[in-house]
Design a protein around this ligand. Structure first.
Ligand code: 6PG
Length: 259
């Protein structure tokens, strides 16, 4: 199947987040119909907060959640109740207020040193998806930094070349918070069916323009450009992050990245 890239632009972060949440729910309904479950991995940072709030308000959430399995695209190696915890943000804004079943949440064990936490998460992922030969996650929700990083895969890091692991430690993140991380690898992210990039803020405009300009052959080496899900990449941008010429209301398909 040729990969597709779809870009939508919204007036503000809450609108972009709500549209992303609605899309994720639609993908989940199809996944549950086809495979009886929906596997999603989410990122952290500040951008996903309105997304988590929107997911907490999903109609029939308690009826949907038992079919959902939640993983981390990356996690900071801090205690779960630390403000820097990615899953901690999801818990506060979505999982706890929406009665998401704790048994369906698969956190990174951040009580361990990063290398060991990564090894265990890798084993946990392989055990959970053991029957899957190709795609694993139905959706991975990603943000990007101004440097083009995504999850905790930073430009120039050796983690970008790890092909035999699904999770790896990043002991020296290039941007704050400068705490050790555990991140899914490009190998794991590439096993997703759909990648949802939720990107807001004028500080991301330049990198988004660069990434979208090269969705065709010869994609850039930026980590976010190297995420190649098997089916589709969907961008949800607010007006500030959208490149010149892509106004709110834009809903466009771009050629998929090659390879
Ligand atoms: C992390 C995130 C990271 C994030 C980007 C954007 O753990 O920091 O997973 O990849 O998505 O850095 O962060 P903001 O949403 O805060 O701009």
């Amino acid at each position: 199947m040729r990969r597709t890239v779809r870009v939508r632009v919204f007036h503000d972060p809450p609108s972009a987040a709500l549209a992303a949440a609605e899309r994720i729910v639609r993908v989940s309904d199809a996944a549950v119909r086809q495979r009886g479950r929906f596997a999603i991995a989410v990122s952290g940072g500040r951008t996903p907060e309105p997304l988590f709030r929107a997911l907490a308000r999903v109609p029939d959430g308690p009826q949907r959640w038992p079919s959902w399995q939640l993983f981390c695209c990356d996690e900071r190696c801090v205690p779960p109740d630390d403000d820097r915890s990615n899953l901690g943000l999801a818990r506060r804004r979505w999982l706890e207020p929406a009665d998401f079943p704790p048994g369906n949440v698969h956190p990174v064990d951040t009580s361990l040193p990063a290398e060991e936490a990564a090894r265990r998460y890798d084993a946990q992922l392989r055990a959970f998806f053991r029957a899957m030969t190709e795609a694993t996650f139905d959706v991975v929700v990603l943000g990007i930094g101004p440097d083009g990083h995504t999850a905790s895969l930073f430009p120039g890091s050796s983690t970008l070349e790890v092909a035999d692991r699904w999770a790896v430690a990043e002991p020296n993140p290039a941007l704050p918070p400068r705490v050790a991380r555990v991140t899914l690898t490009l190998e794991a992210l590439g096993r997703a069916r759909t990648a949802v990039f939720l990107v807001c803020g004028s500080d991301k405009r330049a990198v988004v323009a660069t990434l979208l300009a090269r969705t065709g052959p010869g994609s850039l080496p930026l980590p976010a450009a190297r995420v190649r899900p098997s089916e589709t990449t969907e961008w949800f941008l607010d007006r500030e992050a959208a490149p010149e010429g892509l106004e709110p209301g834009t809903d466009r398909a771009f050629p998929g990245a090659d390879g």
